[in-house]
Each structure stands twice: as structure tokens, then as C-alpha cells.
Design a protein around this ligand. Structure first.
Ligand code: AMP
Length: 306
């Protein structure tokens, strides 16, 4: 007897897959590109969610948003070495692949691309993207080369998965801004959709790195969102001086316990240029180290026009 799918053509497998809501894990570039294109040839739009795995409700909210906006969803799980500094946590970054695949399946993803480093980067790979000043401020000042690494891998993934739209979290606000910029500047034909930050019930922004926090540090980490929300309320009540907002946030965070503040900055939401005075829309971004863990968070501010 012939095996069940022995002589079955690829398009029949695709049809079967979508009818039965099967998820395909793909590790090869050509196969992944073809899987996205075959959906599109059938008139189905594809939404893309790029991740480094260790999935949590923040990632799943991106998949849910992508499912609302697109017919099919492709997820990537790849811990990208070129965006980690030499002293950063690349080797200890959590990689619970089997559980991640289960979560993707339950969330309704059609494709999960899980390449290894050798598939993504030739040993003599040399061409990279450089994003300029927008990647050198805020986190970029503390993580030299990080946003060039992010821009390069995101651009590669857009080429491997030529989706219609890609969904990114506002949690990584500078990353979202950098990606909008490369898509604009390099005319990449994909729509970028920013999605709201998902938080724990006590306000801490969800992050794959939260697992590094000890119990005491985890409690202390709630000071970041508490400080940002209090500052937002102060702005809504009329505070306009950025340095006094920053001081107030710093005090709240340092009162909660020992922490090292990389930066707290009020910025223009599009250019990320520093602002001294609040008028209209602004973003407050911060990065704080609690113990060995570096946490980032940000919120949007809206003050009355002068
Ligand atoms: P990562 O796996 O940390 O590289 O994140 C993959 C994607 O998930 C990025 O677009 C992040 O901005 C997004 N993301 C991470 N944490 C959250 C969160 N708490 N809420 C919403 N999106 C998030």
C-alpha cells in the first residue's frame, strides 16, 4: 500500500494542512519562503511574528493580533547571536522549544520557522545593516551594535518570510521604531503593526528575561511600571518638565531597592530624540538593572498642547 501522502502534491499537502489546522515546523529557508508564498498564491494574507522563543502571553498577544488581521500566521523562533554583546546572555537565554511549539500550535500559527545559526549565517557572512543614530541612543548606547544586529536579522527574516504584515510589541519600543525606519528607508514591502505591551497583573511588563529575577528582585521590579504609571498621571495633571518627571521616576525605582539605572528618558515617539518639555505625544523609555537582569519598559504620554 502507498504511504498515506506518498504521491500527494505539495499544494494538496498545503490544502490539507489548512483544512486540518496543522502547524508546520520548518527549518530550511527555501521551504519556508515557499510555504508563505503558497498561502499568498491562494489569496491568503500572511502575518508574521518574530521571536526569540521562551514564549509568554506578550508573544501570544502578537500571534492573536496577527490572526485577527491576516488569514494565516507565521512565527519565527531564533535566538539571534548578532544582537547579543560579548558579555550578554546569549548562551543562557532560555530555549524551551517543545513548549514554544505547543503554544504556537494552540495559538493557531500555520508555520513556525526554527532555523539554526548555521542556516541563518554563512560562516563568512559580512553584509549587515547599519541603522545610524536611531540605534545608538537609549538602549543602543549601552548595547553597542545591538540594533544593527536586530535590523540585519529582521531584514533577513522579512526576505525569508515575505509576509504581508509583521507584528511587533511596543514593549521593545526602540526596536519597533528601528524596524519602522528600515522598512521605510529600504522600501521593504511589509506593513509593520505595533501591538500594546502585555503586563503581569502587578504591572511588570512580560519578558522572557523575567525568569532570571529572584523572588525579591521580582517584587522590586514592579517599581518600573509603578513609576511610569505615576509619571503618566502627573503629566495628565499638568506636569510638563521632562527632568522633573525623570527625577520622580528615578526616585520611585531607587526607593524600591538597589538598582542601577541605565537611562530614563522622555523622547519624541517617532524620532526618539530627547525632549525637555512635554507637549502632545511623547514616550518615556527606561532601562534598569536589578541584580544581573536588565529590564526595559516604556509608556506613551499625552500632555495638553501649550
Ligand atoms: P523577543 O522574543 O523578546 O525578541 O520578542 C519578540 C516579540 O515579542 C517582539 O516584537 C517583542 O516586542 C514582543 N514582546 C515581548 N514582550 C512583550 C510584551 N510584554 N508585550 C507585548 N509584546 C511583547
Amino acid at each position: 500500500m502507498e504511504p498515506l501522502l506518498g504521491n500527494t502534491s505539495e499544494s494538496t499537502i498545503d490544502n490539507l494542512q489548512s483544512t486540518m489546522n496543522l502547524m508546520r515546523q520548518i527549518t530550511e529557508i527555501a521551504e519556508c519562503r515557499e510555504a508563505v508564498r503558497s498561502f499568498q498564491r491562494r489569496g491568503q494574507s500572511v502575518g508574521l511574528v518574530l521571536t526569540m522563543g521562551a514564549l509568554h502571553a506578550g508573544h501570544l498577544s502578537l500571534i492573536a493580533d496577527a490572526r485577527k488581521r491576516c488569514d494565516e500566521v507565521a512565527v519565527t523562533i531564533f535566538v539571534n547571536p548578532t544582537q547579543f554583546g560579548p558579555k550578554e546572555d546569549f548562551s543562557k537565554y532560555p530555549r524551551p522549544l517543545e513548549n514554544d511549539l505547543k503554544l504556537c500550535r494552540e495559538a493557531g500559527a500555520a508555520i513556525v520557522f526554527t532555523p539554526d545559526v548555521g542556516t541563518m549565517y554563512a560562516t563568512d557572512a559580512a553584509a549587515t545593516l547599519h541603522v545610524g543614530v536611531i540605534g545608538e541612543r537609549l538602549c543602543g548606547a549601552y548595547r553597542p551594535g545591538h540594533f544593527d544586529g536586530v535590523a540585519t536579522v529582521v531584514c533577513k527574516l522579512f526576505n525569508i518570510l515575505p509576509a504581508d504584515a509583521a507584528f511587533f510589541g511596543e514593549k521593545d519600543y526602540q526596536q519597533l521604531t528601528v524596524i519602522r525606519r528600515i522598512v521605510r528607508d529600504l522600501n521593504i514591502p511589509i506593513e509593520i503593526v505595533g501591538c500594546p505591551t502585555i503586563r503581569e497583573p502587578d504591572g511588570l511588563a512580560m519578558s522572557s528575561r523575567n525568569v532570571y529575577l529572584s523572588e525579591t528582585e521580582r517584587l522590586q521590579a514592579t517599581s518600573l511600571s509603578r513609576a511610569l504609571f505615576a509619571a503618566r498621571a502627573a503629566v495628565a495633571a499638568g506636569e510638563k518638565d521632562a527632568s522633573s518627571i525623570v527625577d520622580q521616576i528615578r526616585r520611585t525605582i531607587l526607593d524600591a531597592g538597589p538598582a542601577s539605572v541605565d537611562y530614563i528618558e522622555v523622547v519624541d515617539p517617532d524620532s526618539l530624540a530627547s525632549l525637555n518639555w512635554m507637549h502632545g505625544r511623547a514616550r518615556i523609555c527606561l532601562a534598569v538593572r536589578i541584580g544581573a537582569t536588565r529590564l526595559i519598559d516604556n509608556v506613551e504620554f499625552q500632555s495638553q498642547e501649550d
